[in-house]
Write a new protein. Sequence first.
Length: 354
Amino acid sequence: MTETLDIKITKTPNSRLEQTDFNDLPFGRTFSDHMFVADYEDGEWKNFQIVPYGDISVSPAISALHYGQSFFEGLKAYKHADGTVSVFRPDKNAKRFNKSAERLCMPTLPEDIFIQSIAAVVDIDREWVPGKANHSMYIRPFMFATDRYLGVAPSTTYKYMVLLGPTGPYFSKTLRVKIETHYTRSAEGGMGYAKSSGNYGGAMYPAKKATEEGFDQLIWTDAKNHEYIEEMGAANVVFVLDGKVITPSTRDTILDGVTRDTVLTLAREWGYPVEERRVSVAEIIEGAKNGKLEDAFGAGTAATIAPVGSISLNGEEYFLSDPKTREFSQRVLRELDAIKYGNAPDTHGWNYIV
Ligand SMILES: *Cc1c(COP(=O)(O)O)cnc(C)c1O
């Protein structure tokens, strides 16, 4: 433990809380009253502040805009029935934040500063954490380069910020997904394991094409031969095949998701055989054909547990069972919600109480 962060707090004189419609909270559009900001200068983090949420001013020459020195994190806060507010596993995001920073030649942030900055701004805007089922407060920490310099070189100054937004369910339906066999999200030696902004910009074009073809999501495959499954959109993907919980093992092309880890931890505790390994497109399609593919879902903080309804490969669509009848994903969803919303004992210490 380190000492408490010295944060300068400027509260907004005009809260938007009363005008906000908590019955209409699409992901990513509503922001709370405050945000956290810190600066990296002269080799250290300084100017820790909480200020009213709003636009910021930066130089048009920053390398975040030109060369993509920018990355983010995503986690959530939940309101329990007794009013307690907890953040889910922020220690995992703190570690991943620094993995992304290192890959992009950006400064790391001490884990306790990451966690305290989030706790402080969530605490100030705790009235913004929705109390309804399936609702939460999305937390978006991010960092970007701020040098006024057009050279292709790591910046010497950076900003770290945290935004908060109350949010409802992300996907509300069963997903029709397509196995992508042409475009690539990340390659070996690349930065797929980092939550680097450029990864998402590059994924938009293939995702748009898939949407035009009537799909909700893409399943990414390996860059070399498109033979192995990697992820689903911006979520990890988990299957139950012939009684075993199977998911692609993490490597430099795959984001090591907190939800993925949580799902696998629960699966192991419940006695399911769990396999983290290369997962071939062929075995998943075979399982979809012969009925041994019992379950398939995306796992991520924003998406939570997003059931796959059908998988398409080269124009052929394979339908899976009705998600409500699936034993594993339904159990995971129930247990995850129970823990996050404080309705089940938090035996793993996953809830960070604010
Ligand atoms: C954020 C993200 C995930 C999910 O990670 P969580 O920690 O579970 O939210 C998976 N894949 C990609 C590409 C992501 O960006």
